[in-house]
Design a protein around this ligand. Structure first.
Ligand code: AHR
Length: 329
C-alpha cells in the first residue's frame, strides 16, 4: 500500500512539473528568451522608404506596414520624399535609437558607404529592400528584390516580338542613378543587340512618375511625331502618363504606338483591357513578409543568402481581365 502511494506521488509530481515546464517554455517563446532567440514581439525595425512616387511604391509601403502590424513587431517607418539626404538622416536616427535591424530602399545606387559603415560599427544589420546599393557586400546582410536587368531583357524580348524586330523606340527611363533605371536600361539594350533594325531614337528620365511620363512623352511626340513606333517605359506609372500625351496628340496608344512597361500594377491591367498597353513585365512590391522573416533570421544569427530574388512574370492584354481581380497592388 505504501509503495503504491509512493508511485502515485512520483507520477503526480512529474505531471505537475511537466506542466510548469511547458508553461515556462511558452512564456520564454513569447518573450524571446528561449535559447536567447528573438521573436517578432520584441523586434524593433527601422525602415527608410524612398518616397511615394508610384502606385508600385504605395503597394510596397502598404505591404511593409501591414505585415509589421500583423506580426506585432515595432516598425519605425520613415518616408524620405525622394531625397537621399533624408534617407541618410533616417538611418542615423535609427542607429541612435538602437533598433535591431534597418531596412532601406535606396533611392539611388551610390553614396551609401559611410552611413552603412556607421550602422555596421553600431552592430545594426542593414537589409536592402527592393533596390540595391553600390557598396561592398560586408556592409549589408542581404538584398531582397527583383532582377531589374532581367526585367529590361524581358521587356526587350516582348517588344521585339510585337514590332516584328523593326521600329523606332522612345524610352522613359526611371529615376537617374537608381538601380532599376540603370539595370532596366542595360538589360533592354543587351537584347536589342540582336535586332539591328530596332532603334532607340530618344531616351529621357521620367522619374517613375505619371506627371513626368506625360511631360516627357509630349516632348518626344513634338520632336518625332509619327516616326515613333514604340514606347519602352521603365514603369507603368510613366507609361500611363505617356498614354495621356499620346491620346492628346491624336494617336492611339497600344496601336499606333506599341507600349511595353514594367511593374504590373492594377492600372496597367486596366490599360491593357482598354487596349492602350501591350504588355507589362512584373516587378513584385509585396516584400513585407519576406523582409521581416529575413530580419528575424539575421538578428538571430541564422544564415541568409546575399540576394533573395523575387519571382516575376509578364502579363498581356489577352488575359488581363481575368487576372485583374487577383492583383494586390
Ligand atoms: O524600385 C522599383 C521601382 O520603383 C518600380 O518599378 C517603380 O514603379 C518604383 O517607383
Amino acid at each position: 500500500m505504501r509503495v503504491k502511494a509512493y508511485i502515485l506521488f512520483i507520477l503526480m509530481s512529474c505531471v505537475i512539473l511537466g506542466g510548469c515546464k511547458r508553461g515556462i517554455d511558452s512564456e520564454l517563446q513569447t518573450t524571446g528568451q528561449s535559447e536567447n532567440k528573438r521573436v517578432y514581439q520584441n523586434l524593433v525595425v527601422g525602415f527608410s522608404q524612398l518616397g511615394a512616387e508610384s502606385k508600385w511604391r504605395d503597394g510596397n509601403t502598404a505591404s511593409i506596414k501591414k505585415t509589421a502590424e500583423s506580426l506585432g513587431l515595432e516598425l519605425i517607418f520613415s518616408d524620405a520624399q525622394q531625397k537621399q539626404e533624408n534617407q541618410i538622416k533616417a538611418i542615423r536616427t535609427f542607429i541612435a535609437q538602437q533598433v535591431d535591424v534597418i531596412g532601406v530602399s535606396p533611392i539611388v545606387e551610390t553614396g551609401w558607404e559611410s552611413v552603412f559603415q556607421e550602422a555596421k560599427d553600431a552592430g545594426i544589420p542593414i537589409i536592402l529592400v527592393d533596390r540595391r546599393a553600390d557598396v561592398p557586400e560586408e556592409l549589408y546582410a542581404t538584398y531582397i528584390g527583383s532582377d531589374f536587368t532581367e526585367e529590361g531583357r524581358k521587356a526587350a524580348r516582348v517588344m521585339a516580338e510585337l514590332l516584328g524586330g523593326k521600329g523606332n523606340i522612345v524610352e522613359l527611363v526611371g529615376t537617374i542613378n537608381s538601380a532599376p533605371a540603370n539595370d532596366r536600361y542595360i538589360g533592354f539594350r543587351e537584347i536589342l543587340q540582336d535586332y539591328p533594325e530596332m532603334k532607340i531614337i530618344a531616351s529621357e528620365s521620367a522619374d517613375f512618375t505619371r506627371a513626368k511620363g506625360e511631360e516627357v512623352m509630349r516632348g518626344f511626340l513634338e520632336q518625332y511625331g509619327d516616326q515613333i513606333d514604340a514606347l519602352y517605359a521603365h514603369n507603368d506609372d510613366s507609361a500611363l502618363g505617356a498614354i495621356r500625351a499620346i491620346e492628346d496628340y491624336g494617336l492611339q496608344p497600344g496601336q499606333d504606338i506599341i507600349i511595353v512597361s514594367v511593374d504590373a500594377i492594377r492600372d496597367a491591367f486596366q490599360a491593357m483591357i482598354d487596349g492602350k498597353l501591350n504588355a507589362t513585365v512584373e516587378c513584385n512590391p509585396l516584400l513585407g513578409p519576406l523582409f521581416f522573416e529575413t530580419a528575424l533570421k539575421v538578428v538571430n544569427g541564422e544564415y541568409v543568402p546575399k540576394w533573395i530574388p523575387s519571382q516575376e512574370s509578364i502579363f498581356f492584354p489577352e488575359n488581363a481581365a481575368e487576372i485583374l481581380p487577383t492583383r494586390k497592388y
